[in-house]
Design a protein around this ligand. Structure first.
Ligand code: SF4
Ligand code: SF4
Length: 360
């Protein structure tokens, strides 16, 4: 267990403290109510492994991979827990205890450069952007959604940002990273850097942005951060939409990268009033889709998305706005489930949709 041995001091601190603050906004614990699934529970399992009290097993893998890696435990704790959980995932994968459900996604990524295995050529689809000057990386979630991407490109064009989609982009490696497939991460990031040599580029997906910045040390800028700068410098004129919404912070965009005020500033600049949910900002509640759980446990993801949409319903507004393609589709499902149970529908919208309306 040499790979995880380096975490001993932190884990022993957790063992000694056992304060359980980490369970407060853990989306998995909120549904399952089993402490083994909290950050502390996983830390204890890890200590048992390091001390040789038991061997890694499929049962342990079930617990370790039942985590959205949302980082809510980290904001309630002085220890960097989620980094450790990724290391533990790596250790399990090395021992052949990765989840078999991930095999398809990993195979697709390696063979096609797309997590869904779709033979999508970005250069053919977005040929019309070849005269642009600002590289834009779409990422797997947006790549297959041509219409939504075109709507975003049009919004950016209205702000005089002429983007350029690169030839045949491939997965940045983020998914392999969170699933613990270390060897594949290395291959994917090498390929990414070769195919994507730009010094500065815009991104749309929070996870790709975070991964390319933190793990690859690249100068990627989330497109909303760029747009926020233009709006704050009064270089863009926005219409007053006079609306009431709630805003869902995507974990990687908000809690992990600190882009919490920026999306709210953009909403306020469009005359949109924000009614915050019980959990927001750094203490936001995950939609449930992170950490590969959409592949291993879609039913639990549905429950988590429903619990988040219940918080949206409780604000009394009819619209939830977010800024991540994965949160958007997950919360859409959550909205339908919550509607059945609580008899109230909250529409899920992308921040880009509102920007489009405000720029017309
Ligand atoms: S909050 Fe941190 S130290 Fe406390 S039990 Fe949870 S993981 Fe351990
Ligand atoms: S990362 Fe999120 S889901 Fe995982 S243990 Fe921490 S709070 Fe729970």
């Amino acid at each position: 267990m040499s790979g995880i041995e380096e975490h001993r001091a932190d884990i022993e601190t957790c063992f000694g403290t056992s304060c359980n603050f980490c369970e407060r906004n853990c989306p998995v614990y909120k549904i399952l109510r089993i402490r083994t699934y909290t950050s502390r529970g996983k830390n204890r399992a890890m200590l048992g492994l390091i001390d040789g009290h038991y061997d890694a097993s499929d049962k342990m893998a079930d617990v370790v991979f039942s985590c959205t890696l949302c980082g809510a435990c980290d904001v309630h704790c002085s220890l960097p827990n989620t980094e450790r959980f990724i290391d533990l995932r790596r250790e399990l994968v090395k021992k052949g205890l990765g989840k078999p459900e991930y095999d398809g996604a990993m195979k697709a990524m390696k063979e096609t450069g797309d997590v869904y295995g779709r033979p999508i050529s970005t250069s053919k689809i977005f040929e019309d952007t070849k005269d642009g000057d600002m590289p834009l990386y779409l990422g797997c979630q947006y790549k297959g959604n041509k219409n939504e991407v075109w709507d975003i490109i049009k919004v950016l064009e209205k702000m005089d940002i002429k983007v350029k989609i690169t030839d045949d982009e491939s997965c940045c490696g983020y998914i392999a990273h969170v699933l613990g497939y270390e060897d594949d991460v290395e291959k994917l990031t090498l390929k990414f850097k070769k195919d994507y040599p730009h010094e500065e580029f815009l991104t749309l997906c929070p996870s790709c942005t975070m991964f390319t910045q933190e793990e690859m040390d690249l100068n990627s800028v989330h497109a909303l951060k760029h747009v926020h700068g233009l709006i704050m410098d009064r270089k863009v004129k926005l219409k007053d939409l006079d609306m009431d919404v709630t805003y869902h912070d995507p974990c990687d965009l908000g809690r992990k990268m600190g882009l919490i005020e920026e999306p709210r500033d953009i909403l306020w600049a469009m005359g949109v009033r924000i009614h915050e949910m019980e959990n927001y900002g750094y203490f936001s509640l995950c939609c449930g889709a992170g950490g590969g759980m959409l592949i291993t446990d879609p039913e639990l993801v549905e429950e988590m998305s429903k619990q988040r949409m219940k918080q949206a319903i409780d604000t009394g507004v009819d619209i939830l706005v977010t800024a991540c393609p994965t949160c958007e589709s997950t919360l859409l499902t959550g909205s339908m489930l919550a509607r059945k149970e609580y008899k109230k529908r909250v529409k899920v919208m992308s921040l880009w949709e509102l920007l489009d309306q405000a720029l017309e």
